[in-house]
Design a protein around this ligand. Structure first.
Ligand SMILES: *[C@@H]1O[C@H](CO)[C@@H](O)[C@H](O)[C@H]1NC(C)=O
Ligand SMILES: *[C@@H]1O[C@H](CO)[C@@H](O)[C@H](O)[C@H]1NC(C)=O
Length: 218
């Protein structure tokens, strides 16, 4: 099995090229790092060996209102583009339960941003239409991977795992801040257009990195 070589080169202050087959991350859109790749040749390494069972991934954020649904839609889109959708089962949920959120406002802003970026708008609308789901104890047994959208959600997820005594169950927990080759401080809670755009682009980078990492492990 071939392990894809991943070389990250900082070419200049504003262009970071990730040489892993054929994609690059560069700074565009008013300072937002964007993944650019050739949609015709979205192939930076071997795909996973086919298995009889789909690998299951759960994406969590704090509320399952905006960030994890956005990440879920990005995940679906990228796997579709790599033609490996049949190898993954993806869903999203909240790491904890919150009361009194300004749900409508949050969802409206998130949809507004996704609509500008993603022509495949029906997919995200379908995901947003689902009722908010809260992570359960079972999540650690039934998923192969749990991806937390940031360190705070990761910490909350790890706390749950400890409280629920699920330390030795199979799910591997990772977070976007670690996966993303672009390190930047983030405060995604402030609901505004720019923050969601940043977040959308972070999802693309982190999920690409996740995909490469999983392939390299096989
Ligand atoms: C997450 O937990 C680690 C280890 O306890 C801590 O150092 C870090 O500050 C926490 N991060 C956040 C965002 O809460
Ligand atoms: C999110 O928005 C707040 C308020 O406008 C801002 O202070 C913060 O820097 C933004 N975060 C990012 C990552 O853009």
């Amino acid at each position: 099995m071939v392990i894809p070589a991943v070389i990250v080169v900082l070419v200049s202050e504003c262009i970071l090229v990730v040489l892993a087959g054929d994609y690059r991350v560069s700074k565009t859109e008013n300072g937002i790092y964007t993944v650019q790749y050739n949609p015709e040749d979205y192939n930076y390494g071997p795909t996973l060996a086919p298995t009889s069972q789909k690998r299951k991934v759960l994406i969590v954020c704090l509320t399952n209102l905006a960030r994890s649904p956005i990440a879920e839609s990005v995940f679906r889109k990228m796997m579709k583009r790599r033609r490996i959708s049949n190898q993954w089962e993806v869903s999203s949920s909240a790491a904890m339960y919150f009361e009194d959120l300004e749900e409508e406002n949050i969802i409206r802003e998130a949809l507004h941003v996704v609509r500008k970026i993603d022509p495949d708008y029906d997919e995200i609308k379908r995901i947003f239409a689902q009722k908010t789901r809260i992570m359960t104890k079972d999540a650690f047994r039934t998923h192969d991977y749990i991806l937390a959208v940031d360190e705070m959600t990761y910490n909350a997820t790890i706390d749950r795992r400890r409280e629920w005594n699920e330390m030795y169950t199979k799910a591997q927990v990772m977070h976007f801040d670690k996966l993303d080759p672009i390190k930047m401080t983030n405060r995604w809670f402030a609901v505004n257009d720019k923050n969601f755009t940043h977040f959308y682009r972070r999802c693309e980078r982190a999920i690409l990195a996740f995909d490469m990492k999983v392939n390299a492990l096989m």
